[in-house]
Design a protein around this ligand. Structure first.
Ligand SMILES: Nc1ncnc2c1ncn2[C@@H]1O[C@H](COP(=O)(O)OP(=O)(O)OP(=O)(O)O)[C@@H](O)[C@H]1O
Ligand SMILES: [Mg+2]
Ligand SMILES: [Zn+2]
Length: 154
């Protein structure tokens, strides 16, 4: 601790999402459905210095465990995030999220005439074209969907 640091309380049990791409902490919070009105400790750090990435965001949530769907949605906005499980103030498990090259479900194709929107039992399926800013391509109709449209659905 020196003149330039401010210590924030540790959380006892919960989740720390670290190495979030700079600027995306609030999107992560939104994905988790957290409004800030809950009675739990929530710490959001934006644009803090990081050895690996230059700058990063961090989200710490007391009393919250992430389910696999939440982790998949986080991967779309923060493809290199680490999910740290905190128990009794200590990191007891660390998982790196992974943005797959191809993913199914999670979001819907924006093309109304896409076969994945036809009512047939076909899951949406996308290929990642670009990570930052995110660009994905529908496997069926080949339409390109941009980051803002993906974020709207998360
Ligand atoms: N009890 C806690 N409350 C709040 N944050 C915590 C707690 N324990 C660890 N953290 C935070 O969780 C993240 C991961 O902790 P860890 O001790 O694994 O750090 P690290 O060695 O820097 O990990 P990495 O190699 O993933 O960067 C760090 O950002 C750390 O500040
Ligand atoms: Mg670290
Ligand atoms: Zn489509």
């Amino acid at each position: 601790m020196n003149q330039k640091e401010l210590r924030v309380s540790k959380i006892k049990d919960g989740t720390v999402i670290d190495h979030i791409r700079r600027g995306y902490a609030l999107d992560v919070v939104k994905i988790l459905g957290i409004t800030g009105k809950e009675k739990r400790v929530l710490t959001i750090a934006v644009n803090v210095p990081s050895k690996c990435f230059g700058a990063k965001d961090i989200v710490k949530i007391e009393g919250k465990l992430l389910n696999p769907q939440e982790v998949n949605r986080i991967a779309l906005v923060a493809p290199h995030a680490s999910i740290n499980l905190i128990h009794d103030y200590l990191v007891v498990e660390k998982r790196e999220v992974q943005l797959p090259k191809t993913f199914e479900g999670i979001i819907k194709c924006i093309n109304p005439s896409c076969v994945s929107n036809s009512g047939e039992p076909i899951n949406s399926k996308f290929h990642i074209k670009q990570e930052d800013p995110l660009m994905i391509k529908c496997h069926y109709c080949r339409i390109i969907i941009e980051q803002s449209d993906v974020l709207d659905q998360l």
